[in-house]
Design a protein around this ligand. Structure first.
Ligand SMILES: C[S@@+](CC[C@H](N)C(=O)[O-])C[C@H]1O[C@@H](n2cnc3c(N)ncnc32)[C@H](O)[C@@H]1O
Length: 180
């Protein structure tokens, strides 16, 4: 899946990064390291110590310049207006309170800066959405991720000045660019 499908989405996501000071939230094992822009100052956080341990090993292996920190997206330990770009991929399916998390991303983003999210969301097809809603509790139990989040709607409910969605023809994968 990663090689066939997600790599091109990741490239598309990271091609949109602006500015020098970048925050990646929900870094996981560091699957985005290959796409980090050169010469940027990057901090990456996750609330899983195990994920950060793997990310730290990958950082050494690939000689990536990134500061890794244990932190919850829902209560970030950064000052307001700190980052030019706040970015994540496939994270808001598992953040317990998506709105609380998105408000934190907004808070730490500089005015005029951007929050970029690559996420899988609930289908707009009613039949498929019904199936996703039905299966969601099982998927949550198995892998801890929700397959029925309406992340575009959640981002639009925050105070961003503009929200642009690139779906490249996909009903379920969305690249969301929200400007503060
Ligand atoms: C599906 S993984 C995606 C990892 C990586 N972004 C990628 O694209 O491969 C979701 C990651 O988000 C992290 N995560 C979920 N909720 C979080 C929260 N509230 N605060 C920090 N990290 C969180 C998880 O620990 C996990 O590493």
């Amino acid at each position: 899946m990663e090689g066939l499908f997600f790599k091109s989405w990741r490239k598309r996501l990271w091609a949109q990064v602006e500015g020098h000071h970048i925050l990646e939230v929900g870094v996981g094992t560091g699957k985005n390291f290959d796409y980090y822009p050169q010469d940027a100052r990057i901090t990456a956080i996750d609330f899983s110590g195990q994920m950060l341990k793997q990310a730290a090993q990958k950082r050494e292996r690939k000689n990536v310049s990134v500061e890794l920190e244990l932190m919850d997206i829902q209560s970030l330990c950064f000052a307001d207006n700190s980052f030019d770009t706040v970015i994540c991929s496939f994270v808001f399916c598992s953040v317990p309170s998506a709105i609380k998390g998105l408000k934190e991303l907004y808070r730490v983003c500089k005015p005029g800066g951007q929050v970029l999210l690559l996420e899988h969301v609930l289908s707009s097809n009613r039949l498929i959405a019904a199936l996703m809603n039905l299966l969601n509790p099982i998927v949550v139990r198995l892998v801890g991720a929700n397959i029925n989040r309406n992340t575009v709607k959640n981002v639009k409910a925050c105070a961003f000045t503009s929200v642009r969605v690139d779906d490249a023809g996909s009903d379920i994968i969305k690249l969301i660019e929200a400007r503060k």
